[in-house]
Design a protein around this ligand. Sequence first.
Ligand SMILES: [Zn+2]
Length: 466
Amino acid sequence: MAAPAAAPAAAPRIVIENCAIATVDATDTEYASGHIVVAGNKIESVGTGKAPENLENVVRRVDGTGHLATPGLVNTHHHFYQWITRGLATDHNLFNWLVALYPTWAHIDEKMVYAAAQGSLAMMARGGVTTAMDHHYVFPKGSGDLSGAIIRAARETGVRFTLARGSMDRSEKDGGLPPDFAVETIEGALAATEETVGKHHDASFDAMTQVAVAPCSPFSVSTELMKQGAELARRLGVRLHTHGSETVEEEKFCHELFGMGPTDYFASTGWLGEDVWMAHCVHMNDSDIAAFARTKTGVAHCPSSNARLAAGIARVPDMLAAGVPVGLGVDGTASNESGELHTELRNALLINRLGAHREAALNARQALRLGTYGGAQVLGRAAEIGSLEAGKLADLVLWKLDTLAHASIADPVTALVFGAAAPVTLSLVGGNPVVEDTRLLHVDEDAVARSTREEAQRLAEIAARG
Ligand SMILES: [Zn+2]
């Protein structure tokens, strides 16, 4: 006799109470003291006061006294491999910095890239990032399965992840910046990108891994690869990512080579659209911003990297006013050695206040939105993550704000954004804890520190031999 079908078990619940909450929903709803109920991998309820009573299957209760809960941070631009080439070419602009570093980068291998990805991911996750991305575009011949190594590191850390499979095919002999030995052919790059999408891209609501098509930049990629890359992404139904309008030198390069500025060049190659997001976008005039707004092309704002390379100040207040989706990016850690995203909330706010809009440029809530919902938008995942709302995935962070660093600041969002980098007491990704009491749960930080140092030294030695 068949046993009667068992009733489906109720999803395990985590109840968080007594914390301030910034939901970053459409109307910026906040609670001075509220609750969040997580059921399985989703948020079941968010509200003021205590959680509803008589909830079944509660496996954990968290007292959030002294904390602020926010959506998990979303990083929208990074180059993980640069973790093992930090602190080099420290006084260069973008083009000189690239030319100084390409010869070293051309020697990376799978073991180095894996260690660098672990380091990059660990640093961000510890600081409240729950969705990471890596724009990887250096694939030296014979270097192994770099995409696989990066995705493995993301899975092990426990964060949600987008791999932007990059490529370069315009080397020095074709008027580009990378050395000849650091580039792929068009056919090779497109085939490898398609294979990576087929193997790793998950389109489902709660996907942990997604893949985007991401030729590197106008000055390292041929027009043909830009065009065919866009066609490939649209055929496969995945997003497109690249660098754009980063420096005055790039603008000059585009005018000389293509007879037009970067935004017009992107339009001519199929690279404006709601399925595209672009890093930097520093040198944008009014009509460039209007084109991004009209097409809903997203921007990854990377304030620290832009400052480090003296690239300039992106016009974020103007982009937001025009309706351009804007998220935040760490950028590669060879141009932003700290590698943290929570400090970019503060840097975005401060750097934009040095621009034309002065003290009205951005406020603390807008900065928090850039780092959460804005990031989800540009990664194409705003329906699933980026705000604390019932039905969305339970990606959230509890920031500790009752210690020396923040306790005397009354407003928790002001404390988080204007204050020192806040410690993370708990972060959840799809309801799974990734950080507890400032320590990563799934990765040994000390072991990662050792292996990244070893791999950085090994790369330096190989590069020195040439
Ligand atoms: Zn970049």
